[in-house]
Design a protein around this ligand. Structure first.
Ligand SMILES: C[S@@+](CC[C@H](N)C(=O)[O-])C[C@H]1O[C@@H](n2cnc3c(N)ncnc32)[C@H](O)[C@@H]1O
Length: 512
């Protein structure tokens, strides 16, 4: 398998569709000796050549430095020239998943920090040259290609540093095994853990405290590629019917099962434009864990009846609207969707339009109920609260480098304020579904425990459905036939890591 196949694979794992089809493997453009890739052989008449790698490396180096300075990769990619975006995204993801190791190597190989533009390129090249132990072809590009193109990139930007970069990268290749062993020598609590797991130290410590049995698996899972999962629009047909449409289009997929009945997991990611009926709203892209919110909010759960037609529902933090749409696909609701970010809220409107759904939208701070609430109680509330996003790091590899330790307490405080502000708006007998895409207990179990202490009319009924902390691990982190690591893991979602990290609690209000 040629290295160009690897790049195609990693691109397929990104869910951003724009321009994905346009990227051909780099080696076809610049390396006449490269083996043909499977992508090339299945594309008989490629219309465009991929951009040269040194151009992508410059983009990636800038993106990596910007993330290190606190900017979100999503924003940076939105500003990237369209023809460079897919390659930049794919390579940036790879580099961010190896950034702890690359920084440690840079400190050893070039102890006096080089200028930022050179440093970005060095980090990028070192991450791409990191030997992941998968044997020949396991790295995205051949070593000589990375060195050659990194040096070309430096020449374009800071020609005087080309010799230095060349020397550093060649030394790394000569001493790679020893240097990798040196920087990842991981005594507990040493810098080696940052290089080994590619997460900041405080994040590692937090997971060690919250998940003492599986913290290392969680860190490694965060560096893996997530599956592309679809949610079939139940208004337009069954999951089985859409599976057939996919098969007819040559797209391999399988049903996920009763935990997420509308979910289909694709064998390989594809651009959304190739999904049958996507533009007409037949299907959406949504992780399986995120697909649990809709059923928990509107369908019958042990002791909680299904919401009747016309039920009044609040989706308090709705943008970009994945869960809003799912709620409306499952039931006829009088739905109010809020979000404090007006720009993000416009994406809810776009999503609902594509799916042929309607809701009332308001760009407000949900905590400020006096500014938006009309005084009518809600039958159900979905609070998909702002959080650290520590459960979806495999989809957003920049998140771990952007967060600061103090963010977690600040986010937990906002979550508590949202819970307290919205609870009085729920009818007696109604339910509030609290969700975060976080692995940290401060944003999950601990948050809900504290809420139950504060609210004497709040109950957390035991449900058959999956609730509590979901981990992005096979068996939800529990050994297949062993005791689960956490009581909430008793309803293990399966044998593969098909779910993002999430937390769900269903809180019901004591009837008056
Ligand atoms: C986890 S995201 C919601 C994802 C969304 N439910 C979905 O499934 O597509 C959290 C959202 O909360 C919004 N938000 C943050 N603070 C808020 C507040 N005080 N009031 C309302 N929305 C808020 C953010 O703008 C963000 O869009």
């Amino acid at each position: 398998m040629g290295h160009c196949v690897r790049i195609a694979k990693s691109l397929q794992c990104q869910v951003l569709p724009a321009g994905l089809e346009g990227l051909l493997p780099y080696t076809e453009a610049v390396s006449p000796t490269a083996k043909p890739s499977s992508v090339a052989s299945s594309s008989p008449a490629p219309a465009k050549l991929a951009p040269p790698l040194h151009k992508l490396l410059l983009q990636v180096a800038d993106a990596v430095q910007a993330v290190r300075a606190g900017r979100s990769l999503t924003e940076l990619l939105a500003q990237c020239p369209a023809e460079l975006r897919p390659g930049t995204q794919s390579l940036s993801f790879h580099v961010l998943r190896h950034l702890g190791a690359a920084e440690a190597l840079r400190a050893v190989l070039a102890p006096k920090s080089p200028p930022p533009k050179v440093e970005g390129l060095l980090l990028t090249a070192l991450a791409l040259l990191w030997d992941q132990g998968g044997g020949p072809g396991s790295a995205p590009y051949a070593d000589h290609t990375v060195v050659d193109q990194a040096v070309s990139a430096v020449r374009k930007r800071m020609p005087a540093s080309a010799g230095f970069v060349n020397a550093v990268l060649r030394r790394f290749l000569r001493e790679r095994a020893d240097l990798q062993a040196q920087v990842t020598a991981a005594e507990a609590g040493t810098a080696g853990e940052v290089a080994r797991y590619n997460h900041p130290r405080w994040w590692i410590e937090k997971l060690q405290a919250d998940w003492p049995e599986v913290w290392d698996q969680l860190l490694l899972a965060n560096n893996s590629h997530p599956p592309m999962t679809l949610r079939v629009n139940a208004r337009q047909g069954s999951t089985a019917e859409y599976l057939q449409r996919l098969q007819a289009a040559g797209i391999a997929a399988r049903v996920l099962g009763p935990l997420a009945p509308q979910a289909l997991v694709l064998e390989r990611a594809v651009p959304v434009s190739s999904l049958p009926g996507f533009a007409e709203g037949a299907v959406s892209v949504q992780d399986a864990a995120a697909q649990l919110a809709g059923p928990l909010t509107v369908l019958a759960q042990d002791g909680l009846p299904a919401l009747p037609a016309g039920a009044r529902v609040l989706d308090a933090c709705s943008a970009p609207g994945g869960k809003t749409a799912h709620l409306l696909e499952l039931a006829d609701l009088d739905l109010l969707a809020l979000d404090s970010d007006a720009q993000r809220l416009s994406r809810v409107q776009d999503n609902l339009q594509r799916l042929g759904q309607q809701a009332q939208l308001k760009a407000v701070d949900a905590r400020d109920t006096a500014s938006w609430w009309d005084g009518r109680l809600f039958d159900a509330i979905l609070l998909d609260a702002p959080c650290s996003a520590s459960g979806i790091v495999r989809r957003h590899p920049d998140v771990r480098w952007l967060r600061r330790p103090s963010d977690i307490a600040q986010l937990a405080a906002i979550q508590a304020q949202l819970l307290d502000a919205l609870w009085p708006l729920l009818k007696p007998g109604g339910r509030l579904v609290y969700a975060t895409c976080s692995l940290f207990k401060a944003e999950g179990e601990q948050q809900v425990d504290a809420f139950l202490q504060r609210q004497s009319d709040a109950l957390r009924p035991a449900l058959q459905a999956v609730t509590g902390h979901l981990l992005p691990l096979a068996h939800n982190g529990a050994p297949p036939d062993g005791a689960p690591p956490d009581a909430s893991a008793s309803a293990s979602p399966g044998t593969e890591a098909l779910f993002d990290g999430f937390f769900y609690a269903v809180l019901s209000k004591r009837a008056a």
